[in-house]
Design a protein around this ligand. Sequence first.
Ligand SMILES: CC(C)(COP(=O)(O)OP(=O)(O)OC[C@H]1O[C@@H](n2cnc3c(N)ncnc32)[C@H](O)[C@@H]1OP(=O)(O)O)[C@@H](O)C(=O)NCCC(=O)NCCS
Length: 136
Amino acid sequence: MGVSGIGLEVIDVAAFLAQLDTDGSRFTMEAFTVAEREHAGESDPTRAQRLAARLAAKLAFLQAVSKSCMLDSSALDSADLSEVEVVNDTYGRPSLRVSGQLEVLVRARLGNDWVAHVSLTHDGPTAAAVVVLESP
Ligand SMILES: CC(C)(COP(=O)(O)OP(=O)(O)OC[C@H]1O[C@@H](n2cnc3c(N)ncnc32)[C@H](O)[C@@H]1OP(=O)(O)O)[C@@H](O)C(=O)NCCC(=O)NCCS
């Protein structure tokens, strides 16, 4: 296995929260899975920080895929962000679960044995994620 792509995204939590407040539930419903919304909880700022970090992870994944697969960005512009899900294990450690059309696209380019590593952080006004893609 070798590194075939890397992505890094930083999100301004206040700007993200303003977007949630205006475009509201439609954006959260479309971009985040039920489990992600449950993990984020109900109360801000934790909810906004956790969702912002997850949005960063989704975008960092697309960035890593775009780099590894030499795709032009239009191939990913219409990606369904809910197909990249952040899952926490019992220790709180995050990982990515990729499904649907995105999974098909990545499998076609990188084969069946690719792995995505993710790390999240959210601290005050900033949320960020890094994703590293590995493939044989
Ligand atoms: C990992 C750790 C340093 C994160 O510290 P923190 O300042 O709270 O982290 P940040 O605010 O920067 O980032 C939070 C994110 O870190 C991730 N995270 C949480 N625990 C983690 C862990 N053990 N390993 C990796 N990532 C972790 C989560 O994605 C979390 O965000 P989320 O709750 O929205 O999913 C802290 O949780 C820790 O020290 N954990 C060690 C506990 C442990 O695993 N002990 C076992 C002995 S090996």
